[in-house]
Design a protein around this ligand. Structure first.
Ligand code: NAP
Length: 247
């Protein structure tokens, strides 16, 4: 069994460790977007494959027997390419996605948005000083419309293009603590939080902080999975799937 994990998440690193401990051969793949990525144990390759054809070629040349897509729930292009490459090569594929925040205790108080544009429109009706945590790649949805607003943006990597002068950009990566999130939101006097349904515990503290401060929350819902993707929501689910797919 030779497993390729499409990674870039904490769970993908945990999965690599779990499978390596079980004596399985694992290679993890990272997109290469982060300057100093946290590396999983085992073999690692970095950089795009050059589309679904490139991934299919990699699966063949590395004799991969099982493909696990453990990329971020919003990494939709990679997930689509994984489905296509698996279909082209016959390599079995499972999509691991951590549970989202739909079942979070405060989820029914939040404003759920179908898109980033939708989230922006909803947030405009709720506050003037947004805390924007939807990720570096989503900033074009907000840049022009909010160029004159005091926006606090938190990203993992520095921005490639300078932000509007009124924006304050914070560089940080989780995990975060609730008290620190409360302090940060108070310090910047944010009055609406924008996020996306990433799920997991790494970045969830802001949701509790917003509840404590009575700051409204706008959450962009998860994109739909491409058809043909079998999904599991736990690392044990991946192990169980590998057992059933053993050749
Ligand atoms: P994306 O839009 O779905 O993918 C764009 C392109 O990046 C893919 O077509 C692929 O290039 C390359 N790519 C993505 N993930 C890869 C991987 N694990 N290994 C090799 N190439 C990969 O992805 P994204 O949203 O930009 O995310 C990029 C990476 O950051 C992913 O690994 C993801 O897990 C991680 N991440 C994303 C988010 C987020 O909010 N989107 C948050 C945290 C971490 P080719 O077509 O050339 O193969």
């Amino acid at each position: 069994m030779r497993v390729l994990i499409l990674g870039g998440t904490a769970e993908a690193r945990a999965l690599a460790a779990l499978l390596a401990d079980a004596g399985r051969y694992v290679v993890s793949s990272l997109a290469g977007r982060v300057a100093r990525p946290r590396l999983p144990v085992g073999e690692v390759r970095i950089g795009g494959f050059g589309g679904p054809g490139g991934l299919a070629e990699f699966l063949r040349s590395a004799s991969i027997t099982h493909l696990v897509d453990a990329t971020h729930p919003f990494a939709t292009t990679m997930t689509r390419h994984a489905v296509e490459a698996a279909a082209a090569t016959g390599v079995p594929l499972v999509r691991f996605a951590r549970p989202g925040w739909r079942s979070h205790p405060h989820a029914d108080r939040w404003h759920w948005a179908a898109s980033y544009d939708d989230a922006r429109a909803i947030a405009e009706g709720l506050g003037r000083r947004p805390f924007l945590t939807t990720g570096r790649q989503t900033l074009p949805y907000f840049r022009d419309a909010w160029a004159d607003r005091t926006v606090v943006v938190r990203v993992v990597e520095p921005l490639e293009t300078p932000p509007p002068a009124a924006w304050q950009v914070l560089l940080a990566r989780g995990p975060y603590a609730v008290d620190a999130e409360v302090a940060l939101m108070r310090e910047h006097r944010v009055d609406v939080l924008l996020t996306k349904d990433s799920g997991g515990g790494y970045t969830a503290a802001k949701l509790e902080a917003a509840a404590r401060l009575d700051v409204p929350v706008v959450v962009v819902a998860r994109p739909a999975l491409p058809s043909g993707a079998h999904e599991v929501a736990s690392l044990d689910g991946v192990s169980a799937w590998l057992d059933t797919e053993r050749t």
